[in-house]
Design a protein around this ligand. Sequence first.
Ligand SMILES: Cc1cc2nc3c(=O)[nH]c(=O)nc-3n(C[C@H](O)[C@H](O)[C@H](O)COP(=O)(O)OP(=O)(O)OC[C@H]3O[C@@H](n4cnc5c(N)ncnc54)[C@H](O)[C@@H]3O)c2cc1C
Length: 644
Amino acid sequence: MSKAKTDRELGMGRSITRRDFLNGVSLAVGASVVPRSFAWLAFGVPEPMLAPENDPNYYPPAKTGLRGSHDGSWEVAHALRDGKEWPDAVSDNESYDLIVVGGGISGLAAAYFFRKSAGPQSKILVLDNHDDFGGHAKRNEFKAGDRLLLGYGGTQSLEAPHHYSKEAFGLLQELGIDVDRFFKYFDQSLYKSMSLKRATFFARETFDRDVLLPGFGTHYLGLTYSSETLAKIPIAEPARQDLSRLQQANVDYMAGLSLEEKRRKLTKTSYRDYLLQYVKVHPDVIKVFQSAPHGLYGVGIDAVSALDCLEMDYPGFRGIQLESHENSPEQAEPYIFHFPDGNSSVARLLVRSLVPGSAPGNTMEDIVTARMNYARLDNPDSSVRIRLNSTAVRAKHVGDLHNASEVEVTYVRGNQARKVRAAHCVLACYNTMVPYLCPEMSEKQKEALAYAVKIPLVYTNVQIANWKPFEKLGVSSVYAPASYFSSVSLDFPVSIGDYHFPSQPEQSCLLHLMRTPCQPGLPCKEQYKAGRWDLFTTTFATFERNIRDELGRMLVEGGFDPARDIQAITVNRWPHGYAYEYNRLFEPLDRPASERPCVIGRQPFGRITIANSDSDGHAYTNIAIDQGYRAVQEILTMRSGSTS
Ligand SMILES: Cc1cc2nc3c(=O)[nH]c(=O)nc-3n(C[C@H](O)[C@H](O)[C@H](O)COP(=O)(O)OP(=O)(O)OC[C@H]3O[C@@H](n4cnc5c(N)ncnc54)[C@H](O)[C@@H]3O)c2cc1C
């Protein structure tokens, strides 16, 4: 077994941009230092002059270190959860037609749909607790000399956009997005032309020795392998034979059961248990597949049903006679609908459309390199205003629920609570926040809203000096079932407008690493809760050390030296990540769709309606848009009722 590297050998002392400490202190509740950017609070200076967003250097996409739900974004919400109140809120003396809580894609889409229906003069305020808009759709910028490198800190791609609802697809079109242009912008042949393959990295802690195996990767789980490839997998010989059997044998491991019985049993059996109890594989096989569903489910095969795995075309079901979904129309669309900053471009297009002067340009191409003007977002002259660094802590009707004509929203910005009113309010924030914002809701609705547990995950961008090690190894992406990050990939090769993907291996580029902090063995919601805690308590230094160690070991044969080759790191941690997707291994089998907690929870509450992808229990951009649309339709129906 090779020796673990020291911090020094890994380059832990090297100067990369690492500003998480500053990010963390800048907005923390109760921080003893008054941050410069919030100095108006301490010195009575008028806010607009010194609001942090007005500083010409305020540019969150370029921040590195610990991002995603960065320190400073979550403390107020956690204090609210823990019982804090803000009785001394000062009034902004502002009044709006609509306040939207949550500046993710759902909230921005709600603002867009409302303005479209209610007219361009509609006054709308969007509040978000982060220092940047977009929610999970977050942009990470890097510099390689004069060249801009763009990465996605969250929401990656538009998945199967031709199957979006007409509202969601229509919104993309109105924003100027012609999805078919991605066929030109996404270079589908680059890695293939260089013979780069998917690979698996077997880490020595679980597999005895470190092995990088090109040609064996998650997306090939269902395929057969040559005996040479199988021989290189560092598992016990009987496990290798089982792997081969799994992939080749046409056996019905549930013989004797009807198709319906099989379906029901597979729904309530994890893939792990199916492999062990029905296929009877050697336990080493489990180690190989354990992390395969991480990217989709945020948990391993112990907490994903065998039926889901069958539908994803995992091996072992060839003789079962149930259909996989691999040939569904959605699967037929290639995975190419990707802006270099992910769906942050969608959020940026929404903001450009909502707030005049917030970004130059007018095409889907020029938004990619446009620099947003954050000082314009909360401009009193604009009918739509976006107020960042502002956490809503209360949304209540002014007067009686049934007769109120206004909603008052209290929010905390800096260390000051403020109040603002509007005729209507859309809560496009995490649904679990809503019971804290509206404690007078019925217990049934609050319980339903609190039901879901969002899925924690980490998307990390690592800037490296060049990608020659990948060329040398013949690898474009790596599945790492036993490592801290369970996948590592070269960025998607997309060039659009003035943005050019670094297509030469000698060029500096971004690697994308994904981690899901799950705890195998627990029910999935418990895994998500434990993972969330893990993310809140993991320091940047721990992430950095793991990144250096993992990349160094994985790519060593390609000549990669983490101390020399890593230039910058941005860790986007999402303790509240994907919307909870009603994992059928753990959910009741026969619950009608209308009785799902998200449906009960999203009912209008007086003048307050509820959006966010949480309200449909699906973590997708189109769902976030659809839910923003629905929440606005509910308001419009209410308005037409009150005027008729
Ligand atoms: C890592 C990751 C990758 C993803 N990849 C994809 C993908 O490739 N394709 C795809 O279609 N979908 C993807 N998704 C899902 C997709 O991002 C979401 O469905 C969608 O963007 C969610 O938008 P939203 O507005 O509903 O919620 P969010 O993006 O969560 O926005 C809600 C906002 O409200 C804020 N907020 C919460 N409480 C308060 C409060 N009290 N006051 C003020 N603000 C508050 C939150 O901090 C957040 O900024 C991904 C999600 C994650 C986490």
